[in-house]
Design a protein around this ligand. Sequence first.
Ligand code: HSE
Length: 423
Amino acid sequence: MKEINIAILGLGTVGSGVYQIIEDNRDQIAHKELLQLRIKKILSRSYHLDIPEEKKVANIQDILDDPEIGIVIETMGGIEPARTYVIQALHAGKTVVSANKQMIANYWPEIEEAAKKTGAGFYYEASVGGGIPILRALDDSLQANMMYSIFAIINGTTNYILTKMTSEGKDYDDVLKEAQQLGYAEADPTADVEGFDAMYKLSILASKAFHARLPIEYIYREGISHITKQDIQYASDFGYVIKLLAIAKREKDNIELRVHPTMIPQTHPLANVRDSFNAIFMNGSAVGDVMFYGRGAGALPTGSAVLSDVIYAAHTCQHRYSTFENTKNFISPILYFEDNWTCPFYIRLNLLNVPGVLAQVTKQMGDYGISILSVIQKDAKKDEATIVFLTYPAKEKDVQKAVSDFKKMSVVKEVGAVIRMEN
Ligand code: HSE
């Protein structure tokens, strides 16, 4: 029986989940893994659980200087002091298991360099998709594939909000308030609702899937705070749902990376991922379509992923590092302000209800080569009419130019919404 001494940095939601799983499942893990997991030290600002006093330490040095500690679990979140502690622990030769997507997305090369120097392991399964075992699946079960695309719901808060807006026909602000009262959304929801959390996760996930370091600067990001119940209803009338998707597509050595609200057909497997659940839908050269589904957050699901890393690291004689040279970029990103991607669009315009207005607007679209798939007039009043267009695949750049022109036209009262679609 191998004994592993562990230190936990940060006993918040995820750290507490890790502690609880080890306490509850110690015997079972020992029996099936031949591993005795022992939490020796904990460094935390506060302690919600009943922790024996001798385990509590006041500073990181206590952990770094303890030769018995082999694995440090970082569940503090945020960049500092987590990054400093992680690098110090790796320099001290301790394997680090982290759930910290923001830190990894921003400082991955530096962290891995520190790990390589001492041969320590660095593991981060919990950083993407909470309890969903997606990163090791990419490393261990899907190695045979060249991955082509990723479509992922990797933020539970926004999926919860969009699901409630869809099922209850409520406005964004009302659902956000409810979600905050129920503890599903943070008091400051920016990181979730503006797509930052999904962007960090996509950077990690796509880097793994495409074996190239894809930093957050390559990712176009747009949140859900401007999505209205009206657009959700119109999307539904067309047979679509709106989801905050993290998208990565590879075309030879070019890659497009984007996080934004996306209309997908109600028949797509991701359309049925509701509430705070996460799912990752990928396509690989050999496996074809493959989808992973589960809880993207929460103490026990995320703790489950952390423990999987701890057990994996404990059994590993020689740690593996990313297969990409992560200080360089080997792949060309398709950047939002440069080349741009192509996809179908949903465009909602509020127009003056006068003869010929539609012709003026469609001419503008035609001039930019944007072809219309479908057009429907909604909510026509005496002076104003809402017109919804679905386009054939069009270049993002062309659509943005057309939108900018619409805003200058006297017959256009408002560009209500521009939402990208995926079929
Ligand atoms: N705040 C995240 C979410 C969970 O809503 O999915 C932690 O990454």
